[in-house]
Design a protein around this ligand. Sequence first.
Ligand code: PLP
Length: 412
Amino acid sequence: MLAEEKEMIDIKTVRKDFPILSREVYGKPLVYFDNAASSQKPSKVIDAISHYYEYEHSNIHRGVHHLSAEATEKHEESRKTIQGFINAKYSHEIIFTKGTTDSINLVAYSFGNKFINGGDEVIVSSLEHHSNIVPWQMMCEARGAKLKVIPINDAGELLLDEYRNLLSIKTKIVAIGHVSNALGTINPVKEIIAEAKKKSIPVLLDGAQAIPHLAVDVQELDCDFYAFSAHKIFGPTGVGILYGKENLLNTIPPYQGGGDMIETVTFEQTTYNELPHKFEAGTPNMAGVIGLKAAIDYVNEVGINNIDIAEHQLLEYATEQISVIKGIRLIGTAKEKASVLSFLVNDIHPYDIGTILDRMGIAVRTGHHCAEPLMNRLSIPGTVRASFAFYNTKEEVDVFINALKKAISMLS
Ligand code: PLP
């Protein structure tokens, strides 16, 4: 059944959708295994953005003229597409931001100002990206609250009993990554949310690494906030999403002040616009929003479940192939993983491996992957990370494995 479903993605056709995949690097065909950092863009996304600037551009919301009305309509269509994609109840629960980082900062600031006071606690985990640590740290410092951290085992899985012990009446919010960018661990977010709900504690999910790989249903998950970036799901840079439950978004104050987020302004007092505009101060990234719609339409055409299956098979294949190389140490061996192969080889520095692979046309990422506390927990300086998208192939994995073997023999 899996094999049949894998064939539902016509890999040759799909690869032609992404112009960059046919380029060469140092005279070698590009093997792009840095998708967790940012994924590549299909022509449909690039064309939608060009078309917008060529024929449709005008500032939205405030204009009476045709172009402005049309651009506004497109903007709001995009919001509806995203609402459908993550199954939000209302389109006004979809807030356009600059990206995951911006979305999390918005919640840390607005939710923190409303609900967090001295002695309160915020729970994150050892697996988090800096984007889901530092905004909370800053907020805790400002409000006199404490950051609590769910520990992990050596495989890179959250220790749920420890999590349960951390939850208390002092806990004001739980902020957890859906999928770890450094290790690929898929966290048991349904269970994490259910535990928090028992104590009526809201949960934010950092979905930056989940959204391109897994079907996400925010109502089924029952999360209160969900953050992600367009550029990780084949869309443009500079735009992202914050999903929030209507009642919470209505309760927390605006993050930034400016045009569009107001109802009326006098020098004495300002009243705020309704959702979603209350959180969208200033001229938004309209081209980005339109590009994101094109990206989601594209993912819907390919099918997120087909993507999940194809990537899972690729990850399994790559894990098998790499595991037999002498000296390899896989970092992150959770039972549930998505699209990330992090590893070290003997005592070779990850940077040296990355540099040699690059010369062979293979793009991987090396370093701490913006997860320094995680690297400290694992007592490693960083890893080499190969991260896959559905447009990657087993043949590319073979090229990578052969290149890695060469790199190891050169560096040993
Ligand atoms: N959270 C996770 C898990 C990530 O992987 C990333 C980016 O790599 C971010 C947050 C930050 O995303 P952005 O830089 O698009 O805001």
